[in-house]
Design a protein around this ligand. Sequence first.
Ligand code: SF4
Ligand code: SF4
Ligand code: SF4
Length: 364
Amino acid sequence: MSVSRRDFLRLAGAAGVANLAAAQAARASAAGPANPEWMGMLTDLTLCVGCRKCEWACRQANGLAGEEPIDAYDDPSVFANKRRTSGLSLTVVNRYGSDAAGEKPVHVKTQCMHCIEPACASACLVGAYRKSPQGPVIYDDSACIGCRYCLIACPFEMPAYTYDDPLTPVVRKCMMCVERIRDGASRPACAEMCPVEAITFGKRNALLTLARKKIAEHPDKYVDHIYGETEAGGTCWLYIAGKPFEELGFRTDVGTTPYPELTRGFLSSVPLIQTIWPALLMGAYAFTQRRETLARDSGASVAPPTENGSEKPESGRAVAVNRVAPSDDNPSLPSRSRPGRVQGRGSDQASQTRSESTPPEAES
Ligand code: SF4
Ligand code: SF4
Ligand code: SF4
């Protein structure tokens, strides 16, 4: 498998950090082959009509929507540019092809792929990511130190960082609505919301069987490819489509080997890098942190604190300082918007938007 410069950086980043946090790498690889009990999602791109209601439902479920009306998602101008997931949009729908060009457009919903062996988890220094027993790859922002190695490591470019939050930025990504599905009570919000049932929730193995059946029964409608069956070692989010995936914005150069597996080979073959890479990365991390601190300080024009705790700039006028409020869980930690916790709260909201849920075994 050829490795591009971009992939080299991803792999090298994952490799160095994996060496530094060997326990993390072991945990990621411990996921091993797909567990038949893992849950997953199958998106049938031939059914998706690009209504973006899944985007709305996702924001509701994760407490990211505010007062945004669902009608706001009808605006087709959003398809003018290809969008990526962000801190506010854990899933986005893009359009490929257009009626004007005489071809039926295809709408592609993207989000975290929930890899069987997630590169994000193997890259994370502090174990903020893990593969949950149900299958979703979940992230704990209370453990995250903000190094953003997961953003580099992910072959699908799915984790997003809330750069617009200057005080308590966090990584955000789809967690397959794990709090909704954990006890089998509900389906993920996007699957529940989709009006054309383009998203099917169920056990990964059952979804693969369903996908193969659809392709076999309608060879004229689907290309003979289940995206996610083997890509990057396999993912829990799967796709079927009527066009080759390379025409629909999917990465088709990720190979079939799990990224943490590639990392292990890289480490064993390059012992020098194995030795020095963690130091380089930690230096880079310290430099980044230092630069951000300086930028923040200069932006706020904050001088060192005086004895009484107020800040006194050179002009002599005391200014307020951006103090980080303690969290409710741990008074010593910064308070953050925690996707996991907010997700649970928002899930209740979203579940009210649709009729009662379907058990996870059921298809959409
Ligand atoms: S798609 Fe990226 S963020 Fe999601 S599990 Fe895979 S490596 Fe992690
Ligand atoms: S599974 Fe949940 S978090 Fe993931 S895209 Fe769907 S609604 Fe959003
Ligand atoms: S709700 Fe369903 S049909 Fe609408 S954009 Fe999302 S996946 Fe496509």
